[in-house]
Design a protein around this ligand. Structure first.
Ligand code: PMP
Length: 451
């Protein structure tokens, strides 16, 4: 966001953004997996920004699709028109979506998608005559966006803290985080059952017919660092939701669109969600776009009920965004592309295991496809984290940038628990030798940061 001060002095004009207080280089150009800054330094985009740039930068076919659309029409309001590109994108997404998700609502980003999904879920129950349902259950140590509803769903207490009095009420249960929470001697099945019991207890505590939806990321990105569920977890969660008529919203804003090696991460769990949110990789960074995929059941409640989803933004179904996403989705859904995600993902995991598996300060290396996380600890045996004041995750990011690598760091106090990790999520077009360079650079960065 541009935030010019009330002053004619150019020196006084600053950009207010995330890194206020810290000087960042200016991104000058991007090509393939590389970003070049204004000093001519080149970086491997090892995190695709924040798991956004799935096709890398400057992809000629996406740029051409955007140019072509710009020459036709850049904007048309949805109260007057639909567009061929938006319809084509919707058809493409439905064809690729997990079975049962037959409708699409196009928005402009991840938070908007989560916000829309939450409102759809609430309106669904109003339409079917269950207006008493008013609770959302999410998981601790989660992130679903920064708008008020999505922020409320997110389970990071420190993020919510100062906005708490104006946030809608939400409720939280434990995430599926085997590295820290699966007990010694506990099987994955028993761990999954324990978490499902916790969800059931929470539903009963709130009222068996008062819960709207449970929302979770199939593979947790930003807040935990590519943590996937144990086997059985989502099938058990789905059956608890079914038992109480609770909708299941899966947030695939970060882990969707091929990132984990399948188009949707939930395909690997063998369940059908009621609503799925996507963004990031959908536009590949070329345009701001997000979407909610919804089931026939939810859609029909509006169609046969009030006839309208009570929502909307000026930029829904934006033609430029739809044109870019259409091409992005066409390219990433090619079998060779997803095969490369899986192959390069395995190479990345193997490389990280070899380089860092025995490292005294690397607790866990995990993930799926080109979505990998490294958890940093002070003590490998006890899994004790570093003192948060050391900001180990930020140090690693800095050391990585000094070595020409972008990785996505996260750390600090997360709901009373502390940890540092870095996320790697390079573009799907990456080649083996470039994976090896990422391994070498992140290895060097971690060595230097913990020294
Ligand atoms: N959900 C998840 C899982 C995310 O990772 C993010 C972004 N990090 C969002 C929602 C919010 O997306 P956006 O930043 O595009 O609003």
């Amino acid at each position: 966001a541009l935030c010019p001060r009330q002053s004619g002095n150019a020196e006084m004009t600053r950009i207010l953004h995330r890194s206020i207080g810290g000087r960042l280089p200016q991104a000058a150009a991007g090509q393939g997996i590389f970003i070049t800054d204004n000093d001519g330094r080149s970086y491997i985009d090892g995190s695709g920004g924040a798991a956004v740039s799935c096709l890398g930068h400057g992809h000629p076919e996406v740029m051409a699709a955007m140019r072509a659309q710009m020459d036709r029409i850049a904007y048309a309001h949805t109260s007057f028109f639909t567009t061929d590109v938006a319809e084509e994108l919707a058809e493409r997404l439905v064809a690729l979506a997990p079975e049962g998700l037959d409708y699409v609502y196009l928005v402009s980003g991840g938070s908007e998608a989560v916000e829309a999904a939450m409102k759809m879920a609430r309106q669904y129950f109003v339409e079917i005559g269950q207006p008493q349902r008013r609770h959302f259950i999410a998981r601790r140590q989660s992130y679903h966006g920064n708008t008020l509803g999505a922020l409320a769903a997110g389970g990071n207490a420190w993020r919510r803290a100062q906005f708490q009095p104006i946030l809608p009420e939400t409720h939280h249960v434990s995430p599926c985080y085997a590295y820290r929470d699966q007990r010694d001697g506990e099987t994955p099945e028993a761990y999954a059952a324990r978490l499902a019991d916790e969800l059931e207890a929470k539903i009963l505590e709130l009222g068996a017919d008062e819960v709207i939806a449970f929302i979770a990321e199939p593979v947790v990105g930003a807040t935990l660092g590519a943590v996937g569920p144990v086997a059985d977890y989502f099938t058990r969660i789905r059956s608890i939701c079914d038992k109480y008529g609770v909708l299941l919203i899966l947030d695939e804003v970060m882990c969707g669109m091929g990132r984990t090696g399948t188009m949707f991460a939930c395909e690997q769990e063998g369940i059908s969600p009621d609503l799925v949110t996507i963004a990031k990789g959908l536009g590949g960074g070329y345009q701001p776009i997000g979407a909610v995929l919804l089931s026939d059941k939810v859609y029909r409640s509006f169609a046969e009920g009030s006839g309208l989803f009570q929502h909307g933004h000026t930029y829904i179904c934006h033609p430029m965004a739809a044109a870019a996403a259409n091409k992005v989705v066409e390219l990433i859904s090619q079998p060779e592309m997803l095969a490369n995600v899986r192959m390069m993902g395995e190479r990345l995991q193997a490389g990280l295991d070899a380089r860092l598996g025995q490292h005294a300060h690397v607790g866990d290396i995990r993930g799926r496809g080109l979505f990998r996380g490294i958890e940093i600890v002070a003590d490998k045996e006890t899994k004790t984290p570093f003192d948060p004041a050391l900001k180990m995750h930020a140090r690693i990011k800095k050391e990585a940038m000094a070595r020409g690598l972008l990785c996505y760091p996260m750390g600090g106090t997360i709901d009373g628990r502390i940890g540092d990790h870095v996320l790697l999520a390079p573009p799907y077009i990456i080649r083996p030798e470039e994976i090896d360079q990422i391994v070498e650079r992140i290895g060097g960065a971690i060595d230097a940061a913990v020294r």
